[in-house]
Ligand binder design. Sequence first.
Ligand SMILES: *[C@@H]1O[C@H](CO)[C@@H](O)[C@H](O)[C@H]1NC(C)=O
Ligand SMILES: *[C@@H]1O[C@H](CO)[C@@H](O)[C@H](O)[C@H]1NC(C)=O
Ligand SMILES: *[C@@H]1O[C@H](CO)[C@@H](O)[C@H](O)[C@H]1NC(C)=O
Ligand SMILES: *[C@@H]1O[C@H](CO)[C@@H](O)[C@H](O)[C@H]1NC(C)=O
Ligand SMILES: *[C@@H]1O[C@H](CO)[C@@H](O)[C@H](O)[C@H]1NC(C)=O
Length: 489
Amino acid sequence: MRLFEGLLFLALLVISPVHAIDLVLGDEASVKAAAKTIAFGMTEYYTGDNPGDVPGNLPDPYFWWEAGAMFGMLVEYWALTKDDTYNVMTMQALLHQATENGDFMPPNQTRTLGNDDQGFWGMAAMSAAEYNFPNPPQDKPQWLALAQSLFNQWATRWEESTCQGGLRWQIFSFNAGYNYKNSISNGCFFNIAARLARYTGNQTYAEWAARIWAWEEAIGLITSDYQVHDGVHINTNDNTCSQTDTNQWTYNAGIFLHGAAVMYNLTSNPIWRERVEGLLRTTVSTFFTLPENNTNSRTPVMHEQLCEPLSLCNIDQRSFKGYLTRWLANTAQLAPFTFQTIQPLLLADAAAAAQACTGSVRTLVPNIPGARPEPPFRGEPGTACGFRWTVNGFDGQTGVGEQMNALAAVMYSMVVDPNLSQFAPVPLTAVSGGTSKGDPSAGTSPRGAEEERKRLLDGEITIKDQVAAGFLTSAIVLGVVMGCIFVII
Ligand SMILES: *[C@@H]1O[C@H](CO)[C@@H](O)[C@H](O)[C@H]1NC(C)=O
Ligand SMILES: *[C@@H]1O[C@H](CO)[C@@H](O)[C@H](O)[C@H]1NC(C)=O
Ligand SMILES: *[C@@H]1O[C@H](CO)[C@@H](O)[C@H](O)[C@H]1NC(C)=O
Ligand SMILES: *[C@@H]1O[C@H](CO)[C@@H](O)[C@H](O)[C@H]1NC(C)=O
Ligand SMILES: *[C@@H]1O[C@H](CO)[C@@H](O)[C@H](O)[C@H]1NC(C)=O
């Protein structure tokens, strides 16, 4: 009996399909197949295209901005792999959330709408323009115009009366986080301004990019050794800004690195080259580390140093590595002098991330107070991606962020792989084949602002909403604080 059971078990082991991501770097078919499996696992979380659901929204507890980031990733997934499986869904989501005003400012999101939240949707639209993602029907907002619309809104929100400039995190004064000027919001503005400058050739955008960078430096959020700090609090009694949150996150470094590379590409200016070099140096020394277990690899891989080693990253933070990966790849293309530095890092990340995609169910829930449960993984069993790339395997964390990070790691290997880089598309401009129609005055009509004011007066923003927003922010802040405490310990 015992022997029989043992044999049966062995037989099952042999015949049950062994799912895992089988990645051969440099083999186009293998890279695309791996990316496809991971993208499937990611998009299975999405329910917004089900009848009766809202296009563009990920289910709770994923925030709206992360959905925008995911669709941005899917735009570039299509650009790199030519797999158009998700194009219809992506177009539907982007256009629904752009709303008929064409400004990624849906009233449903008012109670937590930050400039950075809009930014991740806007960067998705910018990528769609740069890679000639299929253009929307003529009666809908166009990709380039959507990015210009955000640029124009941000320019009107730039505020010199506090901290001598900069964008606030939150847009509405009743939301917690309104008195915080952060690098990711200003980074979104910088990134899109630089890309609009490159795409359109309009000097106004380039001037703004230079101005945003100068402010980040002047206020100390980009330090002399190119650390990018998280943000600065406004002292509401005198409007000065001295209390800085010095935490360093992958995505803050990445968003400025990419924007600076775009500015370098546009201008060939040695100042931008120096900034790219400085940010890249700090990015490598801060966010890359040797794999924990003794492996053959001597190449460091990316980690979210503040919270990852103790599995304390919250849902948002568990998606940041994917963006830094994207921006490193884009930097390698646009500032070719960085290629040799970035190539081995991204190739090692791709291999390590693929190795982390062997799970089926979540076994590790980050130990964050107030963390809300996430939906289960519904992709192919045995291909769920874990969060940590340093452990040579699946660490038990799953979610949209984990899938998005791994997808980025695998698909952007194409950009730097010696065998495949020639096939990786380079972001277009209006003169190199980009077809998206722009509208330099998009988003400037007073209608949006008027509507906001009216909504407030109409009492649509209830106390309940304010409390909810405050709660969300405290949860985020608490997560960060916990992360720091543990890192210090
Ligand atoms: C990469 O290209 C080289 C040279 O053409 C070739 O020998 C090698 O097999 C390729 N690698 C893969 C994984 O396809
Ligand atoms: C806002 O919420 C309503 C009700 O759920 C939904 O019908 C609508 O599509 C949402 N709008 C956006 C832009 O998400
Ligand atoms: C800008 O990017 C393109 C595409 O990769 C590249 O060919 C060109 O050399 C870059 N320009 C500069 C100034 O590096
Ligand atoms: C890596 O090392 C840790 C700690 O020693 C161990 O618990 C884990 O099982 C190892 N993982 C792999 C994939 O070797
Ligand atoms: C350049 O951009 C600015 C800012 O949006 C706009 O006011 C101006 O009309 C644009 N110029 C051209 C030629 O499109």
